[in-house]
Ligand binder design. Structure first.
Ligand code: CO
Length: 208
């Protein structure tokens, strides 16, 4: 795909939208009130809107390497706070994916420079679940399981924040953990038990 084709595609896309609704962009420019915040991987194969079949305006999106929620990441925390406190989303989705390069890198011994501290957060997930992961002899299955556990732990990281705790109390905001199976295209709900995790961690992490 060359740059020129991208601009041609854009013209075609505009024409398609205007054919369906001549006021499409006028309406779009008037504001957003998405119901969902999606936190996913930057991987070029995991295109958030496409795989969910959603339209512009429906989902507020944040993507980074391996769909991480790190408490001192000003970017992720700004997105979270804006989505929850201002846009008032009612659902937050953390979506990982099998064959995630970030998760794979965290399973290997390699000095990746500036990426080291980022990937260390995934190594921490491994350490937290070492007993379970080390019982899985098949390396591919262990890799898949770490992808799932990483999603789970990033959901926990969300639940530790004041924004999520207060929005849950105030209007029942929920956190969901999903995995995109890149081998089949299927979206899998890990059925994270939000209420149980919240109850478990509140002893230590209660803010609101
Ligand atoms: Co990835």
């Amino acid at each position: 795909m060359n740059i020129q084709s991208i601009f041609e595609n854009n013209s075609n896309w505009i024409a398609e939208k205007l054919q369906l609704d001549p006021n499409y962009f006028k309406k779009l420019s008037q504001g957003q009130s998405p119901e969902y915040l999606y936190i996913g991987c930057s991987d070029s194969r995991v295109t958030a809107e496409d795989l969910m079949g959603v339209q512009p305006g429906e989902v507020f999106i944040h993507r980074n390497i391996a769909n991480m929620v790190v408490s001192i990441d000003l970017n992720a925390m700004s997105v979270l706070n804006y989505a929850v406190r201002h846009l008032k989303v009612n659902h937050i989705i953390v979506c990982g994916h099998y064959a995630c390069g970030g998760v794979k890198a965290a399973m290997q011994s390699a000095d990746l420079g500036i990426l080291n501290p980022w990937l260390r957060n995934i190594r921490d997930v491994y350490r937290l679940h070492k007993d379970e992961l080390n019982t899985i002899k098949d390396e591919n299955k262990r890799y898949d399981r770490l992808v799932e556990l990483n999603v789970q732990e990033q959901c926990v990281n969300l639940i530790k924040t004041a924004a999520v705790q207060s929005a849950h109390k105030e209007r029942g905001l929920m956190v969901h953990g999903w995995v995109f199976d890149i081998h089949t295209g299927k979206l899998i709900d890990l059925k994270i038990d939000f209420k149980k995790i919240l109850a478990d961690i509140m002893e230590i992490y209660r803010i609101d």
